[in-house]
Design a protein around this ligand. Structure first.
Ligand SMILES: *Cc1c(COP(=O)(O)O)cnc(C)c1O
Length: 385
């Protein structure tokens, strides 16, 4: 089976992890701060706060921005459930903004309409979470303009998108947002097995997130309520979690980061190959407004079902039967039973639901060969003919 995504681990990556295993610190040493600095330097942000998953990064990002009961968080329905769950963790209410049919990202037009309505009713969101779907940036300049106009914070869910660019800057620079979140899950662009990082340019947000990832405990005398009782002393000044990244993960991350340019280049090549080979097939793929700065985490096709005899499910199953590990990103979050229970209904976000009827993710990863790409497309051709 050709999987839809998989990690690439080199001997150098392995050696980096082994070196940490032989060292004094497996956690809370010097490698995590090195990795944070390296990612911050790479994307052009002031601070990086490494944590044990992208989900944890989203959670502490929301808390650092003060999200709580009575507040609203809005995101896209075509995303992984973590993008909206982070709002629920904070006891906030969650709502969605429908996608754009071409870019599969949150529609800025839909966002603007929804904001106008929300303003009238006095229920503007505190945080909007645009998701850079498949690695392609949302229209951040427009979203940033709306953030100023309507007074909400922006967390970029860039879990698909480290190494991607927007307006010739790396995603994560934070030009139009407060915090940007990356994931280092094995299917993503670089991996630490599990892991994530929250990027920001605001020192107070970085400090708050550092506190929250480690129990709300500080050893900084300036932040304590009184002088330390002794050299052993620390204080818990907030309610945090254990969301720390280990030294092993950070070593793998640092090593992977040194390979990122090659990862992105190959992913872009694969995407271009698919685009070229799919040209006469009744399928569409993700369009971008930008010149191609996508990190290409995923290559999603949409079937023109009206032009074929097979159903979406039949095409999907036929591909799987031919040992092509296609997948579907994503089931619209508002259709998940947990969210239905919160009051969301089928029909709430029609573009997202249309997308779900037609979408299939083709294999896309660093080590995918040209021959694999051709065989995926040949297989699709045979199934559709
Ligand atoms: C992977 C992913 C997450 C969660 O990241 P984890 O590291 O798996 O916790 C959040 N949002 C999106 C869009 C993702 O793809």
């Amino acid at each position: 089976m050709i999987p839809y995504g998989r990690q690439s681990i080199s001997e150098v990556d392995i050696q980096a992890v082994v070196d940490v295993l032989r060292s004094d610190y497996l956690t809370q040493g010097l490698v995590v701060p090195q990795f944070e600095q390296a990612v911050a330097d790479y994307v052009g942000a002031s601070y990086g706060v490494a944590v044990n998953s992208g989900t944890s990064a989203l959670h502490i990002a929301c808390l650092a921005l003060g999200l709580g009961e009575g507040d609203w968080l809005w995101t896209s329905p075509i995303t992984f459930v973590a993008s909206s769950n982070c709002g629920l963790y904070c006891d906030a209410k969650v709502d969605f903004v429908d996608i754009d049919a071409q870019t599969f990202n949150m529609s800025v037009t839909a966002l603007e309409c929804k904001l106008q309505e929300a303003e009238k009713r006095g229920v503007l969101p505190k945080i909007v979470v645009p998701v850079h779907f498949a690695g392609q940036s949302c229209d951040m300049q427009a979203i940033g303009r709306l953030a100023k106009r309507y007074g909400f914070y922006v967390i970029e869910d860039a879990c698909h998108a480290i190494g991607g660019q927007y307006q010739e800057e790396f995603i994560g620079s934070g030009r139009y947002s407060d915090i940007t979140v990356f994931s280092f899950h094995p299917v993503k662009i670089i991996t630490t097995a599990e892991g994530g990082m929250a990027m920001t340019n605001q020192p107070l947000l970085a400090e708050k997130m550092q506190l929250l990832r480690s129990h709300g405990i500080t050893r900084d005398v300036d932040k304590m309520t009184h002088h330390p009782d002794g050299a052993w002393y620390y204080q818990q000044i907030d309610l945090g979690f254990n969301y720390r990244m280990t030294e092993l993960q950070a070593a793998l991350g640092l090593s992977q980061l040194s390979r990122i340019a090659g990862f992105i280049k190959r992913r872009q090549q694969v995407a271009r190959q698919y685009q070229k080979l799919l040209v006469n097939l009744p399928v569409d793929y993700q369009r971008s407004a930008e010149s191609d700065g996508s990190a290409w985490h995923l290559f999603v096709i949409r079937l023109h079902l009206e032009q074929m005899k097979l159903s979406h499910q039949q095409v999907f199953n036929a591909l799987r039967k031919s040992n092509i590990g296609v997948n579907l990103h994503y089931i619209p979050v508002h259709l998940q039973p947990y969210y239905q229970q919160l009051g969301f209904k089928r029909g709430d976000f029609p573009e997202a639901e249309n997308y779900y009827q037609e979408a299939i993710s083709l294999p896309l990863f660093f080590e995918l060969s040209d021959a694999d790409i051709r065989s995926v497309v040949e297989c699709l051709k045979t199934i559709l003919s």
